[in-house]
Design a protein around this ligand. Structure first.
Ligand SMILES: [Zn+2]
Length: 341
């Protein structure tokens, strides 16, 4: 099969479109002909290399996949079935998995990360538990753009922050995958949504997804704007994934009893915290990593019913994965960048 692989860490130029061995199915696994694979920031971390993580080489990235079943070593799975894939892989038999918290499994990882070659390829294999059948009217590009970011945003808002109707929610970086998903989910659940972005065009698009007020994060002070817009109260929930560059503003934007949930650190890993503000304002700071298989099936119901829809920024042919990653790296996108296979 054709795949995009890297044999060493580096910039986008290390990605090679080349011949690779086809995956071999073990019992319980299913082979998918990839129709589309969406990019995530994780792909850039993998390609660049991470401290204390040894990636098997050559490596195939890609966590967000939609396609068609072409072979099965699991019972009751028909070939020809159109599916999107659960991006979370877990052991399926530990206490966390059996309690429905598979994203707390010690072996939990994203498809395409370490032990499970991903969707930058013509074929990918997954355990049968990771199949999510999709309706005929949803195309592969749109389906591939859905799982990881909507699962992540759902887990952050609904499970970690326990979002309630009427909450004020600040979503950072509206144009990111998590940002566009979080705006839609929060709006759908009756929140008043504030969103930040780095261009007027992106701010306008954030409004069209459901943001009531928008903040230009290069021209305006996020915390000051939030105070002004909320009559100095602050917001109940902050959806944070930018990291170092916005951390302090995110904490200062919280109302008393506010919850900050973070799932990423794109601009750097360090964030300070004034402990006096933490206890006096009774703040909660929560980490979040992807979500459970059950949660993806839940949020997918809104997708299939037309109430949530991933925003597609641009598509590229698989062979041009390096150009696609450059666009993500430069943060020029609004929504998901997708490879067509
Ligand atoms: Zn487990």
């Amino acid at each position: 099969m054709k795949a995009v692989r890297f044999h060493q860490h580096g910039g986008p130029e290390v990605l090679r479109y080349e011949e690779a061995p086809e995956p071999e199915l073990a019992p319980g696994e299913v082979l998918i002909r990839v129709g589309a694979c969406a990019l995530n920031h994780l792909d850039l971390w993998e390609r660049g290399g991470l401290e204390r993580v040894t990636f098997p080489m050559p490596h195939i990235s890609g966590s967000d996949v939609a396609g068609e079943v072409v072979a099965s070593a699991a019972p009751d799975v028909a070939t020809g079935r159109r599916v999107m894939l659960q991006p979370g892989m877990s052991c399926g038999r530990c206490a966390a998995c059996l309690s429905g918290k598979d994203n707390e499994c010690a072996q939990y990882e994203a498809l395409g990360y370490l032990n499970h070659p991903g969707g930058y390829a013509e074929l990918v294999k997954v355990p049968v538990q990771n199949l999510v059948p999709i309706p005929d009217e949803i195309d592969f590009v749109t389906a591939a753009a859905f799982p990881l970011t909507f699962l992540t945003a759902w887990h952050m808002l609904m499970t970690r922050a326990r979002l309630k109707r009427g909450d004020d929610v600040l979503v950072l970086a509206a144009g990111s995958g998590v940002g566009q998903a979080a705006i839609q989910i929060a709006f759908l659940h009756g929140a008043r949504v504030f969103a930040t972005a780095g261009s007027d065009d992106k701010l306008e698009r954030a409004r069209s997804l459901g943001a009531l007020e928008v903040i230009h994060h290069h021209k305006q002070d996020i915390a000051e704007e939030i105070k002004r817009l909320t009559n100095r109260r602050g917001v109940d929930v902050v959806i944070e994934h930018v990291g170092q560059a916005t951390w302090s503003a995110s904490v200062r934007s919280l109302a008393r009893g506010g919850r900050l949930v973070t799932c990423g650190a794109t601009t750097g890993p360090n964030g300070a915290l004034d402990l006096r503000a933490l206890f006096a304002k009774q703040l909660s700071i929560q980490g979040s990593y992807m979500g459970t298989k059950g949660e993806l099936l839940r949020v997918a119901r809104f997708f299939f019913a037309g109430q949530l829809r991933p925003v597609i920024d641009r598509t590229y042919p698989l062979a041009n994965a390096a150009d696609a990653q450059r666009r993500l790296q430069e943060s020029g996108q609004f929504g998901k960048i997708v490879l067509e296979v």
